[in-house]
Design a protein. Structure first.
Length: 371
């Protein structure tokens, strides 16, 4: 019988992680909790162990990673869309099927292991949202191959939750250690999403629906200034106008075309309107700022942005220093490296000049975002 350790009652979880890592490096099998139930884990350097957890499965086995950055080691040619979805949906109940492994770490796996993890030039990666798995990945130098432990059945979405007893029943003598954390919050297996270039397809819908994937696949452009009442709202509104014109649609149709455009401030109050002068300038370009409400730049917004545009060099520096997790490096709106001065407190002529500068610089950005 496998040894069972209760994750919640462990006095020293790190000792359990070290024990699990030791077993895996010795070619043994460990059962790990995830948010979607349990997985059997084996070292990717042990063909015999991978063969045991595969147990004749015709499905490719996913490799475990800590997040989007580590995934690039396996899929160096990952597309912008792939990086975006991985950044936004991991850690979480999603397995991505990626192509484009040329030069990646899959080539270093033993051939017998590659037969179970690489199917038709495609590899599956997963970053489970459970501290035990993520901590184990920090301690284990070997690649980690996973195999889902199936539930006891039932209708889709109502299957019996998987616990340590079910793991022992399914795995039998194959598993040496079970880290038991009770049933996971989801009773469905992870969603499987194939990403190839700029296209994605849900191969198996689980806790993350196709609609949720679609929402997270949008390119997010965020403009940043100080108070989010003048420059960045104006840049947001004018960019929506430029981008919509380029795509032949209305600004309100941009999310359906795969683009979200927002603005925020480094020292913004929540819920303030745009400056009346800025709203007037926006209107002169056929854009609308009447419904704008200010918001601060949050860590989540900074981490999710695909394009992060600041008005001044000071803003760029503040973002780089204050937000360690960034979806994209902050950049100046003016490609020549000049600041867009704050027009607050000035007359309408200064606002018009500010709008002209922003409108001009946005032409290049629109061509870049929607080539």
């Amino acid at each position: 019988m496998p040894r069972v350790l209760d994750w919640q009652s462990l006095s020293d979880p790190n000792a359990a992680i070290r024990q699990a890592a030791h077993l895996l490096r010795a070619g043994r099998i460990v059962a790990l909790p995830t948010e979607t139930g349990y997985v059997l884990a084996a070292s990717g350097l042990s063909p015999e162990a991978v063969e045991r957890i595969a147990n004749g499965s015709a499905e490719p086995l996913p490799l475990a990673v800590r997040g989007a950055a580590e995934a690039r080691d396996w899929v160096p040619e990952m597309s912008k869309l792939g990086r975006r979805l991985a950044r936004r949906l991991w850690p979480g109940p999603v397995t991505f099927a990626f192509r484009g492994m040329k030069g990646g770490l899959c080539g270093r796996l033993p051939e017998a292991v590659r037969q179970h993890v690489v199917f038709d030039g495609e590899v599956r990666l997963r970053a489970p949202a459970h501290e035990a798995v993520l901590e184990l990945l920090r301690h284990l130098p070997d690649p980690l191959v996973l195999s889902e432990v199936p539930s006891a059945g039932g209708a889709e979405g109502s299957a019996e939750p998987v616990g340590a007893a079910r793991v022992a029943e399914v795995a039998g003598e194959r598993v040496d250690l079970i880290l038991d954390d009770g049933p996971g919050p989801y009773r469905l297996p992870p969603t499987v999403v194939r990403v190839e270039g700029a296209a994605w397809d849900v191969l198996r819908e689980g806790p993350v629906s196709a609609a949720m994937v679609s929402q997270q696949s949008a390119c997010l452009v965020v403009f940043v200034c100080t108070g989010n009442t003048c420059r960045s709202p104006l840049a947001e509104a004018l960019f929506k106008k430029r981008l919509a014109d380029r795509l032949g649609c209305q600004p309100e149709e941009l999310p359906g075309r795969g683009f979200l455009v927002l603005s925020a401030g480094l020292a913004a109050m929540m819920g303030g309107p745009a400056a009346a002068e800025a709203a007037e300038v926006a209107q002169s370009y056929g854009a609308d700022l009447t419904r704008h409400r200010s918001q601060p730049l949050t860590p989540e917004l900074a981490a999710g942005a695909d394009v992060l545009v600041a008005m001044t060099r000071g803003h760029v520096q503040a973002i780089a220093e204050g937000y360690p997790q960034l979806g994209a490096p902050p950049r100046l709106l003016n490609p020549e490296g000049e600041d867009v001065a704050d027009p607050i407190g000035c007359d309408q002529g200064v606002y018009r000049t500010c709008g002209e500068q922003i409108w001009r610089h946005l032409e290049t950005l629109a061509a870049e975002v929607a080539p």
